[in-house]
Design a protein around this ligand. Sequence first.
Ligand SMILES: Cc1ncc(COP(=O)(O)O)c(C=O)c1O
Length: 351
Amino acid sequence: MVYARATTVCRRSSAEVLGAFRATVGNTPIVHIGLDIAGTRRWIGLKLEGHNPCGSIKDRTAASLLESIGPDALDGASAIVESTSGNLGVSLAHLAGELGLPFHAVVDPKLSPVVAERMRERGALLHRVTEPDDTGGYLLTRLDTVARLHREIPGAVWPNQYANPANPAAHRDGTGPEILRQTGGAVDAVFVAVSTGGTIAGVSEHLRTASPATRVIGVDVVGSVVFENRPGARRLSGIGASRRSDFLRADTVDGHEMVTDEEAFAFCRALDRWCGLRVGGSSGAVLAGCVHHLVRHPEITRPVCIAPDIGENYLRTLFDDDYLRREGIELHDDLLRPTPAHDPVRFLGKA
Ligand SMILES: Cc1ncc(COP(=O)(O)O)c(C=O)c1O
């Protein structure tokens, strides 16, 4: 296949585009919510990454990945190709548009229809893989397709969010320091959804030196193999992976929590209903994982959960009753139990 180079009237330099974008990324708010967990009131900080310009934490990653390519290579590139579960695709589609470059996004059937639309609106060319890999996920087939496109399109650049150290660096230099600054260093534990592992590796690297007492807890979804080797089908997108992360080292995390799709959905819906905060599926997973952890760790009084994206991405999936019915998912209060022995969590609202 032959891919044409985009023709633009006025192509802005990458330094100009990335500089302007950088100025709008980060400094996302931390909102505190109260929960009654196993009869005790606990406060949890949610760092709302959906406040970034393209609606997710991946704005930070996209800026850092493209900067790592360097101005000469980026200004001389013919296209950008990348594998994405959605959010990085929206950020890269936006930036590729600003740079006057075609963007080839390799996606899979789990991509939220809203996110697909948001990518297309920004000019992305979507390549959808349909074959699951051996683990039931799609990451490995997506990566094969990216490698093929990268070979076939002369002059294309592949930021490679799965292996590029610029991914964790975005969070070592941005997300991690922000959390400490915003909390005045008063944070006992940070809970992070894991897929590429870039967010957790970068946040952890910063905290290990700047706040060694802060624990870093990974949250993953049942069926993913990032922390546990029990592959299986998953509904949530953004969180989880069909292979282990290149960025996680032995000392990156202090622990991890596994959450089901249904629990994550139930926490998203409850957070929307009781606190007026509409966040994405992986944010619900992180909150569920945090609740599991808090019940076993009463000493943690100042936790922060990173909420990676906006709930609007999931209006036609987890926030849509028809979708839940079609998928045979029933959301009930028992899914909000921290352990089978405890009553469901009660949401007390924002601080
Ligand atoms: C919604 C959502 N949650 C969590 C993550 C996981 O972040 P990371 O790839 O840094 O591990 C992503 C990454 O794409 C995401 O889009």
